[in-house]
Ligand binder design. Structure first.
Ligand code: FES
Length: 108
């Protein structure tokens, strides 16, 4: 049985934007891609940068620090200097809330 954790109301993340939220000991980036929500770790796998400060273009988040990039749906690193994939989380929208399953990835 999936254990869901509330992250934020859907209205907190505008269309085609990204915002970070503290969830327990994690900081999670929530992306709204045309009304569909995705979640990943907020910290870049290349360094101590917040991806919520990066530039979201379609399903690619570009890190503001060294301009590496990830696919937010799969976590795949798509642009150097990022080579390590980003952790994704399974997202469920329930009663207007973005919820994540911290034990599962988007692919699960
Ligand atoms: Fe993100 Fe270097 S810290 S690309």
């Amino acid at each position: 049985m999936a254990e869901l954790t509330k992250v934020c109301p859907t209205s907190e993340v505008a269309d085609n934007s990204v915002k970070s939220f503290e969830v327990g000991s994690n900081v999670i980036a929530v992306y709204n891609l045309g009304g569909t929500f995705y979640a990943t770790d907020n910290e870049c796998t290349h360094g101590a940068a917040s991806l919520a400060d990066g530039i979201l273009e379609d399903d690619i988040i570009e890190c503001a620090l060294h301009f590496g990039a990830f696919n937010v749906k799969t976590g795949e690193a798509v642009q150097a200097p990022c080579f390590t994939a980003l952790r994704t989380y399974k997202v469920v929208v329930q009663d207007g809330q973005v919820c994540v399953d911290l034990e599962q990835t988007a692919a699960d």
